[in-house]
Design a protein. Sequence first.
Length: 170
Amino acid sequence: MAAVETDEEKLDTKQTSALTQTGAIPRLRASAMVLHAGKMLTVRLRDPVTQTVESYLPGGKIENNESPEAAAERECLEETGYAVQVITGNATVARYPFVYSGKLYDCTTHFFIARLVDPDRTPAVVNDADYNLGCEWIDANDEAAINQAFGFHETIHACVKTLLKHVPQG
């Protein structure tokens, strides 16, 4: 399986310079697009400052000495209770500005396709931050549902749509 082409080029030099000059906080992240039985796993998060609730792919900061794949798997378990395995060879990387909790971040996110380790297992109890409102499965084949869930952020939305085009069959 070939890797999905990198989207990092979309952030041009002016945008990169602007993020640096504004004092945006650099954030290296990983996210997992988990698919099962035609559904996609999302996590509902409430911004602590704006109180806006949005759907996200499970994900978060890549820790020191942690691979992006391991971070995506760990974050998914922490945020949703589901143990997942990243499917290698299907990833995209994007760099984009992101505002959360009143702070501007210069995010570089590794987006992966993943599968449930044990589809029959009940998810573990989640003890995450108060802003985590829980997970939700959305129809991965319903373009309107995808647009509604991720339309709030152009780059994240584009990465989800790109990954969906590269889901391994079988």
